[in-house]
Design a protein around this ligand. Structure first.
Ligand code: 4NP
Length: 156
């Protein structure tokens, strides 16, 4: 079982979008049985809330299911439990590394680092930019590359 956790700041815009998109890709490839997929925020302001309206609208537009997704804050246990902990930007990555300290944890990296030809390395925060379309395209691309990498690494 491969466990993948997407992480952003609030867990209402980018990481729930990544969770829903990655689930959709995995389902379309018939690999659901092989994965546990989740998301969390480094902050706790929105715990219990469904995804932001902008994230809901873009996922609905592309017929991607996001039912049941609610915001939660990352725990130290998550860092030990998940194999791939995927940050949306450098700030999230720094916070995750600080939380991990010297403990043995899963792989921690940024989503767009899996896209070798990407101009951007951080997924911009649509909570501030309002540009959910751009974020959707970046996350789609990142998730496709991430899934290809995991399939190769895990022989799926
Ligand atoms: P996210 O966006 O990290 O992509 O979920 C944000 C959501 C909420 C806040 C910041 C970013 N906030 O400050 O409440």
């Amino acid at each position: 079982m491969v466990k993948v956790l997407f992480v952003c700041l609030g867990n209402i815009c980018r990481s729930p979008m990544a969770e829903a998109i990655f689930r959709d890709l995995v389902k379309k490839e018939g690999l659901e049985e092989n994965f546990v997929i989740d998301s969390a925020g480094t902050g706790n302001w929105h715990v219990g809330k469904p995804p932001h309206r902008g994230t809901q609208e873009i996922l609905q537009k592309h017929a991607i299911d996001f039912s049941g997704i609610r915001a939660r804050q990352i725990s130290e246990e998550d860092l030990r439990t998940f194999d791939y902990i995927i940050a949306m930007d450098m700030e999230n990555l720094g916070n995750l590394r600080r939380l991990a300290g010297y403990n043995k944890v899963g792989f921690i990296g940024r989503l767009l680092d899996f896209v070798l030809d990407s101009d951007l390395t951080d997924v911009p925060d649509p909570y501030y930019t309002g540009n959910f379309e751009e974020v959707y395209e970046l996350i789609q691309k990142g998730c496709r590359h991430l899934l290809e990498t995991i399939k190769k690494e895990k022989g799926l």
